[in-house]
Design a binder for this molecule. Structure first.
Ligand code: HEM
Length: 394
């Protein structure tokens, strides 16, 4: 019988054991998803990477056979999509408009501002006596502030945009809820973009307006979709990665010490956390547009594929040995691979490294203020992580 997917985890920091078994015994197999369809599930590093690098596998959720994550994924079929769900040449054209915003140099220049934000949040946190929720008091406000400042979105509106983003990335939400949240955010960001016309500003929305919309290279709807994508992709993921990494490091104090070294952690440390925890844990979704051989089977045109990056990132052929924060090279797939490689990956690394280093140095006695088995891990959510992380530090 075809296995229902996704599978349950045993340990909150490891992929489901069934994924590991399939990787060993049946690395390419069919699974049954929520709508009854039976896409291919790929679990080996080489196969996952090959599919993500191959343009014959489409990200377009409007194509028949695309393995949507839930009803909300289906709802998106009818909405105006952003470039994360487009193929070349349109994807390439739109993504290129943002490339200069996310170069290593541009992102490195944000370091002082990110460090300042982390320090201010820690001042506020330690101003209280604890315990406190590290997601609400640190991980989420840090990630939201960084992306809001970069775009030119007022952080004061964070409750509004965080709430809408939460619904948008929750594929178990109804199609109607998804459309309403997307429309709210589009109206809001459309208003901010509109204001940039009369009041130019040196922020990403301002530059998008002046350099792309005004000269007619991008229509207003396209600019709004782009802004929605950046705002949403830019904080939910990073906030969860920070919080889950803290929980993992509190369970593994030896690794936590790496972030307390006088010269800071090695540049490799956050990539190992990204690899181990791979928070986008329900697989990269694609549909074949031609018959393509993959690792011994032929995926036929119109068949769906789930490229399970979380278990591919544990493929011992590629990543031998136990967790190693000094691992190099570390070509993990936590940010995807190929033309849809996460646009914000340098920014996400900067935030993760800054957030963990500042927190662990400032609070040497940081520990959980709840039993680990009571922590609300986001098992059913397409972005894995943790909803609340009660900690204390005295
Ligand atoms: C795409 C993960 C942070 C913006 C992606 C993809 C993954 C990912 C796996 C590929 C999707 C696919 O192939 O189907 C993550 C993780 C993050 C993170 C794990 C944090 C730990 C960010 C941040 C931004 C961002 C901070 C800021 C703008 C984007 C965008 C795309 C993307 C725009 C679409 C790229 C494209 O389709 O060309 N991300 N991301 N992400 N991410 Fe991230």
């Amino acid at each position: 019988m075809t296995e229902p997917f996704p599978f349950p985890r045993d340990c909150p920091y490891d992929p489901p054991p069934k994924l590991a078994r399939l990787q060993r015994d049946a690395p390419i197999s069919r699974v049954r998803i929520w709508d009854g369809s039976t896409p291919w599930l790929l679990t080996r590093y080489d196969d996952v990477r090959a599919v993500l690098a191959d343009r014959r596998f489409s990200v377009d959720p409007t194509r028949p056979g695309y393995p949507a994550r839930g009803p909300a994924g289906r709802a998106r079929r009818r909405g105006a999509g952003s470039f994360i769900s487009m193929g070349a040449p349109e994807h390439t054209r739109l993504r290129r408009m943002l490339i200069t915003e996310f170069t290593p140099r541009r992102i490195a220049a944000l370091r002082p501002a990110v460090e300042r934000t982390a320090a201010e949040l820690l001042d506020r946190l330690t101003g209280g006596s604890g315990p406190a929720d590290l997601v609400g008091a640190y991980a989420l406000p840090l990630a939201s502030t960084v992306i809001a400042d970069l775009l030119g979105v007022p952080y004061d509106d964070h409750e509004f945009f965080e709430e809408r983003a939460r619904v948008m990335v929750d594929d178990s939400a109804s199609g109607e809820a998804n459309r309403a949240a997307t429309a709210d955010l589009a109206r809001y960001l459309g208003g901010l973009l509109q204001r940039r016309r009369a009041h130019p500003a040196d922020d990403l929305l301002g530059r998008l307006s002046a350099q792309q919309v005004e000269p007619g290279k991008l229509d207003r709807a396209g600019a709004v979709s782009m802004a929605v994508l950046l705002l949403v992709a830019g904080h939910e993921t990073t906030a969860n990665q920070i919080a889950l990494s803290v929980a993992f490091l509190l369970r593994n104090p030896g690794h936590a010490e790496t972030f307390r070294q006088p010269d800071g952690p090695p540049a490799t440390a956050v990539d190992e956390l990204l690899r181990l925890l791979t928070i986008t844990h329900t697989g990269r979704r694609r549909v074949a547009t031609a018959d393509v051989p993959v690792g011994g089977v032929t995926v036929r045109a119109g068949e769906g594929v789930i490229a399970a990056a979380d278990i591919a990132n544990r493929d011992s052929g590629r990543f031998p040995g136990p967790a190693d924060l000094g691992r190099t090279p570390n070509h993990h797939l936590a940010f995807g691979h190929g033309e849809h490689l996460c646009l914000g990956h340098h920014l996400a690394r900067l935030e993760l490294e800054t957030a963990l280093t500042a927190l662990l140095r400032r609070l040497p006695a940081l520990r959980l203020a709840a039993a680990e088995e009571d922590l609300p891990f986001r098992h059913a959510h397409p972005i894995y992580g943790i909803d609340r992380l009660p900690v204390t530090w005295n």
